[in-house]
Ligand binder design. Structure first.
Ligand code: ARG
Length: 456
């Protein structure tokens, strides 16, 4: 008889089944589906659809299925059922006969799938939060391990001003904190139960929807049945959270790939997270980092894909919406893997402090300091900027650093320059002068690091 065979005279074609069946991928919702059914059986029993004994039998059988689902014993591969909802219902009918046929009273797969997927997203977002905290912890620990390292800071990938390594780490920590707060916001917004909304119009049975919400761990019921069965905003938002977090990981990966390059040579990465070349024996490639960049494609793609799927769908449920799952399942899985490997890579970072300092000194990263020095001698900044630029040009022509020019040479650009200029041009001095809140000086950086260490 199947799920909806009554008004049909012919079975589905094989090709139709290929496009229509979702069991091969929505089987991962088994546990959520069964838990939803347990709560639903209680609700309809209370509404008088079945006796308390019958409900107990149903709940017992559903719990058995739940155990099997959680231990991976359900045989999805040899099933001819269309989706996880019909699979579980069929398994129940198989066990309990006519009693199993009572479970779907007043319910639709439309409110069922909306409930299952919300539960699945909620549960995964909770564990992804832990993954995000893991990357944060690794970054904070790496910052602590290499407290004293100073490396060049870049704009336009040109050496700009030196920064402390912990400052670089804590920049990504700020991004991760925003990623976590985005997940927290979403968890609040999506915390509503669609169960009881039926196919689209609600249900005729006297169901306590708040009780259902409570039992499933939702804060409250969705308030409009049409919206409840057709809303996939929470999936889009989850994919946006994933995409933004991946964008951050990708930028971090890009920085580290560059730091790890032969040209920069600031860091080295562990053997466990790098790979060799089949041809060139000397190679040690940052593949894990490249994949953090590369995996963005499919995750951003899942977000775009679902937007396009949802756009223009009339209320309420349409089968197009079955396309919400594969992209999201894949994105969540990949996001999880990427967060874990990102933490692992960061744990292996070793820094070449000397090479970092050397590079930080080169590239005229102290030219701004030269200008600020002139400002301190009473020269307006715009003029000071111009003088400092001329000094840089002169130094470039002689293939020297600014501080390698003699005082007499420097004084040809401004008589205000004195012997005290050399101290100002020193790396540590110019870094630590940026002692403003949020700056790269020792005080704000170590204060921020100490605060972060308390949080992890
Ligand atoms: N497999 C469907 C999905 O994932 C479940 C809902 C089907 N509802 C329906 N009326 N065809 O969206």
């Amino acid at each position: 008889m199947g799920l909806w065979g009554g008004r049909f005279q012919q079975g589905s074609s094989n090709m139709f089944r290929q496009v229509n069946d979702s069991l091969p991928f929505d089987k991962v919702l088994a546990s959520q589906d069964i838990r939803g059914s347990i709560v639903w059986s209680r609700a309809i029993a209370k509404a008088g659809v079945m006796g308390a004994n019958e409900q107990q039998l149903l709940e017992f059988a559903l719990n058995e299925l739940l155990e099997k689902a959680e231990s991976g014993e359900l045989d999805f591969d040899n099933s001819s059922e269309e989706d996880i909802h019909s699979f579980i219902e069929a398994a129940l009918i198989d066990k309990l006969g006519d009693l199993g046929r009572k479970l779907h009273t007043g319910r639709s797969r439309n409110d069922q799938v909306a409930t299952d997927f919300r539960l699945w997203c909620k549960e995964h977002l909770q564990s992804l939060k832990q993954d995000l905290l893991g990357v944060k912890k690794s970054l904070v620990q790496s910052a602590d391990k290499h407290r004293q390292v100073i490396l060049p800071g870049y704009t336009h990938l040109q050496r700009a001003q030196p920064v402390r390594y912990p400052h670089w780490c804590l920049a990504y920590v700020e991004m991760i904190k925003r990623d976590i707060s985005r997940v927290d916001d979403l968890l609040v917004r999506m915390d509503q139960s669609p169960l009881g909304c039926g196919a689209l119009a609600g249900t005729v049975y006297d169901i306590d929807r708040q009780k259902i919400a409570d039992e499933l761990g939702f804060a409250s019921p969705c308030l409009n049945s049409l919206d409840a069965v057709s809303d996939r905003d929470y999936v889009l938002e989850l994919l946006f959270c994933a995409s933004t977090s991946m964008m951050h990981l990708s930028r971090m990966a890009e920085d580290l790939i560059f730091f790890n390059s032969g040209e920069a040579g600031f860091i080295s990465l562990g053997d466990a997270v790098t790979s060799g070349s089949s041809l060139m024996p000397q190679k040690k490639n940052p593949d894990a980092l490249e994949l953090l960049r590369g995996k963005c494609g499919r995750i951003f793609g899942a977000l775009q894909g679902l937007f396009v799927t949802m756009k223009g769908l009339p209320l309420a449920y349409n089968k197009d919406m079955q396309e919400d799952k594969e992209g999201a399942f894949d994105a969540v899985n990949q996001w999880h893997i990427c967060l874990c490997i990102a933490a692992e890579v960061v744990d292996t970072i070793e820094l070449d402090a000397q090479r970092c300092a050397q590079a930080a000194k080169q590239g005229y990263a102290n030219a701004t300091e030269m200008a600020d020095y002139l400002v301190s001698k009473g020269i307006p900044f715009r003029t000071a900027h111009d003088i400092s630029g001329q000094i840089v040009l002169c130094a470039i022509e002689q293939n020297k650093a600014i501080e390698e020019l003699t005082l007499a040479e420097l004084q040809t650009f401004s008589a205000k320059i004195d012997n005290d200029v050399y101290a100002v041009l020193e790396l540590e001095y110019l870094v630590d002068k940026r002692s403003i809140l949020g700056g790269t000086g020792a005080k704000p950086v170590f204060d921020a690091l100490d605060a972060a260490l308390k949080e992890i």
